[in-house]
Ligand binder design. Sequence first.
Ligand SMILES: *[C@@H]1O[C@H](CO)[C@@H](O)[C@H](O)[C@H]1NC(C)=O
Ligand SMILES: *[C@@H]1O[C@H](CO)[C@@H](O)[C@H](O)[C@H]1NC(C)=O
Ligand SMILES: *[C@@H]1O[C@H](CO)[C@@H](O)[C@H](O)[C@H]1NC(C)=O
Ligand SMILES: *[C@@H]1O[C@H](CO)[C@@H](O)[C@H](O)[C@H]1NC(C)=O
Ligand SMILES: *[C@@H]1O[C@H](CO)[C@@H](O)[C@H](O)[C@H]1NC(C)=O
Ligand SMILES: *[C@@H]1O[C@H](CO)[C@@H](O)[C@H](O)[C@H]1NC(C)=O
Ligand SMILES: *[C@@H]1O[C@H](CO)[C@@H](O)[C@H](O)[C@H]1NC(C)=O
Length: 635
Amino acid sequence: MIFFRATALLVFSLGCIATQTTVTVSSTGAQAVPTTLFGATFEEVNQAGDGGIYAELLKNRAFQKVTPGTPESLDGWQSVGGANITVVQDASPVSTALPNSLRVTIPTGKIAPVGFANEGYFGGMAVDTTLTYTVSFFYKFPTASSFRGTAVIGFQTASGLSLGSTTAPINGNQTTWLQVTVSFKPVQTSLNNNNVFAITFNAMAAAGQTIHFAMLSSLPPTLAGGCRIDLVSVLQEMQPGFLRFPGTENLGKTIADRWQWNNTVGPVVNRPGRVGSNGYVYTDGLGLFEFLTLAEFLRATPIMSIYAGLSLDGSIVDEEDLFPFIQQAIDQINFVVGPTNTPQGAMRASLGHSTPFALTYIEIGSQEFLTSDTYQTRWLDFVTILSQSFPQLRFIAASSVNNPVLAPDPTHWDLHLYQTPSWLAQNSMFYDGIERNGVMYLEGEYAAISDNSDDPNSDRFPFPTIESALGEAAFMTGLERNSDIVFGASYSPLFNNILTTQLTPSLISFNVNQVFRSTSFYVQKLFSLNRGTQYWPSTVPDPNGSIFWSVVVQSGAKTFKVVNLSNVPENVTFISPALLAGSGTVTVLNGTGSTSNTPSTPNAAVPVTSSINLGNQPQWTYVAPPMSLSVIRVL
Ligand SMILES: *[C@@H]1O[C@H](CO)[C@@H](O)[C@H](O)[C@H]1NC(C)=O
Ligand SMILES: *[C@@H]1O[C@H](CO)[C@@H](O)[C@H](O)[C@H]1NC(C)=O
Ligand SMILES: *[C@@H]1O[C@H](CO)[C@@H](O)[C@H](O)[C@H]1NC(C)=O
Ligand SMILES: *[C@@H]1O[C@H](CO)[C@@H](O)[C@H](O)[C@H]1NC(C)=O
Ligand SMILES: *[C@@H]1O[C@H](CO)[C@@H](O)[C@H](O)[C@H]1NC(C)=O
Ligand SMILES: *[C@@H]1O[C@H](CO)[C@@H](O)[C@H](O)[C@H]1NC(C)=O
Ligand SMILES: *[C@@H]1O[C@H](CO)[C@@H](O)[C@H](O)[C@H]1NC(C)=O
């Protein structure tokens, strides 16, 4: 997913000559700031979805895309009390989407409870006695038996101590799949997350029985279509103006394992899942409807990418074979916005959303292998047909390095950028030089990912630092200045599970029950919450300097953002006769350049707000702390 623009590694010169920066704020030429300016891109990497924001606790819950009989097919599962458990290709599977099931054979001669357990995604399971958990599974007996028994369903510590359970009848006459759904509240608090979810039987009563299980699920209360409450809340806190999904990695590594919307909607028992792009199976529990629900919940404009015949492994659908893929994209868009008299719109309505979702932006692909020739063909074919079917939509061309010349001329581009902090600051002028010809830009993925002295291709650091976050902040002042042509920007990747990470740094880190906000998260949040509705032009910063700023206004409140990136002593004097600033607050995020919020130091740098009075003067001076972002919001 990573492409680089031309690399220019420059280090800020350190000086000690006192200088003074004067910023004149202009009373003319104010421009509207798009509500979508600062948003979020979801990327399925680092278990961001499965084992992340998708709240399912059971790992490998439906034995999707595993080879039956192999040890790997039991990933996440273990025997309890000596039961024999094997993943089998079921002769009559629970659905065509899910061919595998778990065959459980209860041995004879046991006394303790026997059955099977799931260890959860990375880091175990947090069991919370204040929450009600909903469990569901399918079971059947391959051959009818006289067994009439009870399954005990609950959480246990690693050493087998019950933390709370419920029961469900299991009958040997059940030779076709039956779904069982139960809910319960644990009664015992666990000292740690080293817990499992277990289904067990009385060993004597069940001795000799063989039972098949499929599509098992255990969920705590969720928000917005099955999402983890704490991770949705941290997104809510950021107030993203858009949600871009399903993400480059999620569009698929191969043609066969591409994102297919119709395999991600409806009952989870009908979702086959896919071999993912990052070494783990994508369950597609977090499917199209869930993404749309999440965007709606966050009041974020959806920016939906569609698979465009280009996969991450380089495989390409030949042009003469593209039509079914375009048709699948049409069907996908109809699911989102189609009237309920289309099959796809009817399906959306059946899921509880009869009104169309608000959709404006479709991204054609996501950045894969954009040599002019491969992308040109796909851009032409998809946009020509899709814009006939959906003239109200805007189509975004995915770009990276090559700036392919495309026909028809894109009206919207998505550019991606992973660089050093100083590169980002120095290139905060990038959009100043872009022609104003009606074309709009999305900076759909960007981040400062290494120290200034390191190569961002190879030396990505584990967590954002103050220096990287301030490089992004400097860059973002340029996005604000150019918000007449930049309609959106999002840091990427959004999430990482700290116990399994393929790509660092990420904006938000988490484990099973904790969330860690990075320095970059606070920068995104401060810009998003202080986006303003009007941008007021001011003196343009020196891109090679160390002070960056922007001025926005919203309902009479004026917001001045000041980024101080170096130890060159200089004051910033704002001259703004038309924008007399009185009193309000200043929020400062600062630290040493290498300060990181990590799981062991989660609050090393957090924004601090205090009051400020600028005296309603046409001219005032602000002394920004070293290595800081200051957001001054005054009336
Ligand atoms: C910066 O501002 C402070 C307080 O307004 C003042 O004391 C100091 O002399 C100024 N420094 C420079 C280099 O202008
Ligand atoms: C468990 O199942 C495997 C696979 O079918 C079989 O080879 C093995 O003999 C069984 N073991 C027991 C104790 O039933
Ligand atoms: C199986 O047995 C249970 C309990 O004896 C009974 O309630 C149920 O209707 C039977 N189900 C089938 C499919 O025969
Ligand atoms: C989804 O659509 C594809 C292509 O049209 C089709 O091959 C596949 O069977 C569909 N999946 C489901 C679950 O209907
Ligand atoms: C910034 O520094 C670079 C490299 O030294 C130089 O090429 C560029 O012209 C400078 N930009 C400005 C606006 O001074
Ligand atoms: C920026 O930080 C330096 C110290 O690193 C400080 O001396 C200077 O005053 C700050 N700049 C501004 C504009 O306040
Ligand atoms: C931020 O600046 C304040 C005031 O200059 C200082 O006390 C504090 O230690 C700084 N924070 C960090 C994390 O360095």
